[in-house]
Design a protein around this ligand. Structure first.
Ligand code: GFP
Ligand code: GFP
Length: 833
């Protein structure tokens, strides 16, 4: 129910409508007011944390004023909106982003300084919003920034996890997981207690005939859980558009509170039911590229899809348009298969609740949805057991069977002789128990399917989804190569570099048209410019060195080559290859004469990343890295020639310090396994070179920046299958240099070798699935080339500048425009006063 103020009275309202601070003085006034009233603190009781909260509240007011205008304008213009459904939004911190996007960071800096605070310290008080695992969730966050910046009417829909990704602590070299309770003191969300949706689970389906003799299905009984909306404003950069991220939180439905138990004096168990409902949105599943088929996860997915669809449909119904116009008003993008149930839910709403015929409804559904795939790893592909789904979502399972039946009928007509095809493409896998293949359902229910880099999208078409390309033709499948937002990953993370670029290019326009970076190439040979460029890199390395000192106690020399690999720990991402390479380097240096040592390029090998709590091999890799660090960092023979650092609890705000400080970063996945990668883009954009395999977006980065500016190594994707096949049949020889590394590990050089035996055995004895041994020689040789290149400072600088100049393609602005044109068919809408 909308309750608006009657027209004649609106004048009075408008007179007092909230207004935004526009300068330092007004900001200070808002800051002090919030500290004194909202926070109930005072002049005598204001620490950095209070200063952060006050600043955040002042900026939040600004955002919410813009947010209101944006939502009203988007509603009144009645234009198509896009909804981005993602189980993960890895947002990081919001304050710095808000300040920069609304263009008031300088005013805030001066204002805070007037009151005795340093803006950097205030910003550092904020707790990361870590509602994601890794690349997939951070991509969604970059998308939100670009959609707002480009003025697209766009909403994100996700879950408001009480616990985001766990906090990682390293204890005796082992990863320990600590819960991350991030919601205390989070000024960026608005609870919308008036926007709630009842979500049903379990129960059964009844079929009956209605008065026209048509069979209708009703879903009865079961359990009701309430979804409550929390809104997070998403400001665009340099625009008034402030979009919405709506996160759902679960709560016991008031009707569900068991009054009978309550009256019988069993208050405790009545409250326990309440808590049960609240567990749905309690925790983000910490698995990266792994699906385990847990019922609670399926509950989360349906809870979030159903609440979001209800909200989208409700908003559409306010326009009073005919149903066939739904796809002209609504585009829904599925970030991976996690929201695939939204397809079934929309079909259910249209048929069971709105009374549409099957074909009409299905036509609307398929025109509405697009599906993005992020991985070809088999263990990541979602499948839900039929009995589980039958129990939790009986009506949806029926609908999935119907969707499958109609789909298989059309396939049979087109390929009458191919029985195998039918079982291959069926949504239902005939296993024990039967499984629902979510990716197939997502393809069948969408009008476009995309991968996230060229190689990845090609692999989808030639391997995983090959049959579907035959069935639907190639046009349903497309590629949209990932990007990153230059606002956060260049301007915010690297203010010095952003300022230098702006000075050369005559302004900050490159932040909204990243292709303008190409103008930097004109300065590659400019001595002064190179000098400043180098100086900025050193300053950023010093910033990281300081951070490392304060968090680990280790001193690292900023003149060393900083070699960084930060991302989730996963065998396919191959941190084990990296640490074996480090051990190889260590052994090599130890064998050197004093004369030889003088020629060594000093290195700091920096690692960071979390392992899924149940992923033993990944935890073993973390353990090995930390044990190697213990030995190497203490070794007086080595001194500064090699340091190994593991940065605890890698997250978005740490990435902002780390990315600008690299000389070299590692993107070394087994060819054909990494969908795209996005940190590769962040590092190059900040003037670091990369060592990488021919995988994911590394290939397109190479195409853009030129082969001379990247260190590529290793086997190609097209050869991987053949190599694995050979290993499987016993044709495997451990690389001799890797054998030396293994011998060192087995000599207990890094502590009890038994701790690492699973890791070495996975390579020596169990087929080396990730081709660590096959790529080792080429990896080591290429690192040798890196050392040589680094000795030539001038040439290294030229590579660094040239690479940045050619990174214009990798902005999420380009990405979002591609989605908007080729998948969503939505237009921007500028918000004016
Ligand atoms: C949205 C916002 C509301 C706002 C309206 C109109 O509502 O707070 O009042 O837009 O500006 F959530 P729905 O589109 O969700 O109804
Ligand atoms: C996944 C893929 C990455 C890809 C991102 C975003 O990331 O290659 O860049 O999605 O598309 F694996 P992770 O969640 O695995 O980091």
């Amino acid at each position: 129910v909308e309750a608006s103020i009657p027209e004649p009275l609106r004048e009075a309202w408008r007179k007092y409508s909230a207004s935004e601070f526009t300068n330092k003085e007004e900001f200070e006034k808002e800051l002090v007011r919030h500290i004194e009233t909202t926070l109930a603190r005072s002049l005598y009781n204001c620490d950095e944390n209070a200063a952060y909260s006050g600043t955040a509240l002042a900026f939040r007011d600004r955002l919410i004023i813009e947010w209101n205008k944006t939502q009203q304008r988007q509603t009144f213009t009645d234009q198509k909106r896009v909804y981005y459904l993602s189980l993960e939004f890895l947002m990081g911190r919001a304050l710095d982003n808000a300040m920069l996007n609304v263009g008031m960071k300088d005013a805030a800096r001066d204002g805070l300084s007037d009151l005795g605070f340093r803006i950097e310290d205030v910003i550092a008080q904020e707790h990361d919003a870590a509602l994601g695992n890794g690349g997939l969730g951070r991509l969604a966050a970059c998308f939100l920034d670009s959609m707002a910046t480009l003025n697209y009417p766009a909403w994100g829909y996700g879950l408001r996890y009480r616990y985001g990704i766990f906090k990682q602590e390293i204890v005796n070299g082992y990863q320990m997981e600590v819960p991350d309770y991030w919601l205390d003191n989070n000024p960026w969300e608005f609870p919308r207690h008036e926007i709630t949706v009842d979500i049903q689970f379990y129960g059964r389906v009844k079929n009956h005939q209605n008065e026209n003799g048509k069979v209708v299905h009703t879903w009865e009984d079961g359990e009701i859980v309430q979804a409550v909306a929390y809104d997070v404003p998403i400001p665009g950069y340099g625009t008034k558009t402030t979009n919405n991220l709506r996160l759902w939180s679960s709560k016991a439905s008031s009707g569900e509170f068991d009054f009978q138990k309550f009256n019988a004096g069993d208050y405790e168990s009545a409250v326990a039911d309440q808590q049960n409902a609240e567990t749905i949105s309690a925790v983000l599943y910490p698995n990266d590229n792994l699906e385990r088929g847990k019922e609670l996860r399926l509950k989360q997915q349906y809870f979030w899809c159903a609440a979001s669809l209800f909200d989208i449909v409700r908003r559409f119904k306010k326009t009073r348009r005919a149903w066939n116009e739904f796809p002209d008003q609504v585009a829904i993008q599925l970030n991976d298969t996690h929201p695939t149930l939204a397809i079934v839910e929309l079909q259910r709403i249209l048929i069971d609740e709105e009374g549409l015929e099957w074909d009409e409804a299905w036509n609307i559904v398929t025109k509405t949805f697009g599906y993005t795939n992020h991985t070809v790893l088999p263990e990541a592909l979602e499948k839900w057991s039929v009995p589980l789904m039958q129990n939790l979502l009986p009506r949806h399972l029926q609908l999935i069977y119907d969707i499958n039946l109609f789909f298989l009928q059309t396939v049979e007509k087109r390929f009458p002789k191919d029985r195998e095809m039918l079982s291959r493409v069926s949504i239902i896998e005939e296993s024990h128990p039967k499984m629902v293949r979510m990716a197939y359902l997502a393809i069948i229910g969408s009008h476009k399917v995309n991968g996230v880099a060229e190689l990845h999208s090609d692999l989808l078409k030639t391997t995983l989804f090959k049959d579907f390309v035959e069935i639907y033709g190639p046009d349903r499948f497309t590629n949209v190569t990932n990007g990153v937002t230059p606002r956060r990953w260049l301007h915010q993370a690297n203010p010095l570099l952003s300022a230098l670029i702006a000075e050369k290019l005559g302004g900050h326009e490159f932040l909204t048209d990243l292709t303008l970076l190409d103008k930097l190439e004109a300065f590659v040979d400019d001595k002064d410019f190179r000098h400043e460029w180098a100086h900025i890199k050193t300053m950023n390395k010093l910033r990281l060195a300081k951070f490392i000192k304060s968090t680990t106690g280790h001193e690292v020399d900023p003149n060393s080559l900083f070699d960084i690999q930060v991302k989730r720990i996963h065998e396919y991402k191959r941190q084990q290859l990296n640490i074996f390479g480090v051990i190889h380097r260590y052994l090599t240096i130890k064998d050197m004469s004093a004369e030889e040592k003088k020629k060594v390029v000093p290195r700091v090998s920096i690692f960071g990343g979390k392992a899924a709590p149940g992923y033993w091999m990944a935890k073993t890799i973390i353990h090995l890295i930390n044990k190697v660090a213990d030995v190497v960092n203490k070794d007086a023979d080595i001194g500064n020639l090699l340091k190994v650092i593991f940065i605890e609890d890698y997250n978005v705000s740490k990435a902002e310090i780390i990315c600008p400080a690299s000389d070299l970063s590692e993107h070394i996945s087994t060819a054909g396994t990494e969908g795209s990668g996005t940190s590769n883009m962040k590092f190059v954009m900040n003037g670091g070179l990369i060592i990488g395999t021919c995988d994911g977006a590394n290939i397109e980065i190479t195409r853009e920046i030129g082969e001379n500016n990247i260190f590529l190594f290793g086997n190609l994707a097209e050869d991987v299958e053949e190599l694995r096949h050979r290993h499987f049949y016993g044709d495997f020889q451990l690389d001799p240099q890797l054998a030396k590394v293994f011998a060192a590990i087995k000599s207990n050089m890094f502590g009890d070798a038994a701790d690492f035996s699973a890791l070495t055995a996975s390579i020596e004895e169990h087929g080396d699935y990730y081709l660590v041994s096959d790529d080792f020689n080429s990896y080591i040789t290429t690192h040798g080339m890196v050392d040589e290149a680094f000795k030539n400072k001038e040439e290294w600088l030229a590579k660094s500048i040239t690479s940045v100049a050619r990174m214009g393609f990798f902005s999420t602005d380009r990405v979002i425009n591609e989605y908007a044109d080729s998948i969503w068919n939505v237009e921007p809408l500028e918000i004016k006063d």
